[in-house]
Design a protein around this ligand. Sequence first.
Ligand SMILES: Cc1ncc(COP(=O)(O)O)c(C=O)c1O
Length: 406
Amino acid sequence: MPDATALAPLVLSDRINAMQESQTIAMAKKARELAAQGVDVISLSFGEPDFQTPQYIKDAAKKALDEGFTFYTPVPGYPDLRQAICDKFKRDNNLDYKPENIVVSTGAKQSLANAVLSLINPGDEVIVFSPYWVSYEEMVKLAEGTAVPLVGSLENDFKVTAQELEAAITPRTKLIMYSSPCNPTGAVFSREELGAIAEVVARYPQVYVLADEIYEYINFVGEHVSIAQFEEIKDRVITVNGFSKGYAMTGWRVGYLAADKKIASACEKMQSQITSGTCAMTQRAALAALQGGRSSADEMVEAYRRRRDLVLELVKEIPGFRTPTPSGAFYIFPDVTGYFGKTTPTGEVISSAQDLALYMLNDGHVAAVDGAAFGAPNCIRFSTAAADEKLREAFIRIKNSLAKLK
Ligand SMILES: Cc1ncc(COP(=O)(O)O)c(C=O)c1O
């Protein structure tokens, strides 16, 4: 029998060939490989709470299974869950939505992808506030749009200003994407800043906003502002949120968006052809999570705040890191250019944040993600969602490894 693959080599799609592997996942993979060789690796590369899902949420999932929630679910989510999400928007964000505005998905990641794929045509420009979450750019590419990173300055905690936004808008601009609190920087937009951005958006009626609020509850400054609160642009805002971070439910895969009915219906149609409604028992658990309020999240936030403060203290001991104080989420994102041009004990020159991240992994056995994947090649992202002792040990190792660079 002739070897079919030799006769007709596998040709993957241009779409998949153009896609980058998620760098956060790639770094975690490298760290796991080292760990498999018996090396004691501390991984600060993943954006995942280290808390268990609260027990009352787990109980609701067990009950749902026993009650027979094992069938296909409505594509945009169970009606009572969509209503509970509307109630949450009213309670937390003073936003009025009806269930018809809500689409529940397999994680906030799918909500973001649904929105991008439903709005973007080939050639449309998407202004992505940079540093940005790794998947935004790839989603825009998948939709054959053009991602236009707009870089916020370190001096402004990496936040883009309204003036900078206005200068970047062109007749091709269709969408603006950002997260607040931000992954990777931890920056949180204030009411004033978002109000100024909303004023700019109001002047360009073809422009939509995709606001990723997945870290809403992990906020150390207090007020969380949704840009949809600015009435003049509300119908052009798609707000994405979910359960992974605030309720420590990463593995459950449930997120949602709120949008104008036409956009929500488009997202529902997209989802109906790709995954259908998300998991039945997960949705029941998500409903219980919302009914339980946000007190479990508040307890976790206290731990995240303590760890942020601990890490900022430890980082002070490390010369050459320029680290803005994160106002939310669970990362620090220092600029590490101070180390570029230095040489490792084995003679390699550090010429990028990626070189430095790899050196820290190989020498100090601490895994972190270099900023290139987030549109910030001078920075490295460290997750602070780890036990205090682990964080202490990790930053001592980093300090010792960096001290060896000449
Ligand atoms: C900014 C941001 N948006 C969305 C997501 C995806 O969340 P989910 O687990 O709900 O898909 C993440 C997860 O890391 C994130 O950091």
